[in-house]
Design a protein around this ligand. Structure first.
Ligand SMILES: Nc1ncnc2c1ncn2[C@@H]1O[C@H](COP(=O)(O)OP(=O)(O)O)[C@@H](O)[C@H]1O
Ligand SMILES: [Mg+2]
Length: 210
């Protein structure tokens, strides 16, 4: 696998489509333990990213990730905008100067994205956030790449780990973000940010494995 600028723009476009399709699902999850705007925030953010398509056509892979991140960080009202925004911006640094992204870059991209989210949000694993989907995805991708698995397996293993992580958020109490206000009552509900992380990773799979 190598993701060139054209494939990367297809992935971003696919993310926007899938976030839009899941807008109500994500907001409904947020309604249970937050303020019900997660789907709206993400949808608005990715619509703004798509408006940058013309300028992104002439950028390299790092430039595309940077523009995506800056747009999400500055255009999304909720906590998730700056968090995902920083994730994309930090991921951009990993592929600076490269013409394509290789499958071997995937663990480092996830690592940088997670680092960015932690820098901003100060959360750790098990606090019922997007990190509980992304951290297992990083672990799984790292292991699969180290084992020399093929691209399809690596991506599928990564997505499955994120899905399992999002399921796991149902069992734990939120201690960061707005959901922490409802305390024990957050148990039994999936974290909306973990669910949106699954949507974003599935979009990578949808394009790369097409
Ligand atoms: N400190 C944090 N670290 C990581 N993720 C967080 C943090 N705070 C909130 N989140 C994520 O953001 C999601 C909520 O996003 P959103 O509803 O868009 O913003 P808001 O909470 O401002 O309404 C949560 O489900 C959680 O996954
Ligand atoms: Mg919210």
């Amino acid at each position: 696998m190598s993701v060139n600028t054209e494939t990367l723009l297809s992935i971003i476009t696919c993310m926007q489509k899938n976030i839009k399709e899941n807008r109500d699902y994500l907001s409904n999850l947020d309604r249970e333990i937050g303020d019900g705007d997660h789907g709206i925030n993400m949808d608005r953010g990715f619509d703004e990213v798509i408006k940058k398509m013309d300028s992104m056509q002439n950028a390299d892979v790092a430039g595309i990730l940077k523009t995506t991140g800056m747009t999400l960080a500055f255009k999304v009202g909720g906590a998730s905008g700056p968090l995902y925004g920083t994730a994309f911006m930090k991921a951009s640094d990993v592929v600076k100067g490269k013409s394509e992204i290789a499958i071997q870059d995937l663990p480092a991209l996830l690592d940088a994205a997670i680092g960015g989210i932690q820098l901003r949000g100060k959360a750790v694993a098990g606090e019922k956030t997007m990190l509980d989907a992304l951290m297992p995805a990083r672990e799984a991708a790292e292991k699969a790449v180290a084992e020399g698995q093929d691209v399809k397996s690596i991506i599928e293993i990564m997505v499955k780990a994120a899905e399992d992580g999002a399921e796991y958020t149902k069992t734990i109490k939120a201690t960061k973000g707005r959901a922490s206000y409802v305390g024990e009552r957050s148990i039994g509900h999936m974290d909306p940010g973990a669910a949106s992380s699954v949507v974003l990773l599935r979009s990578i799979a949808e394009i790369v494995l097409a």
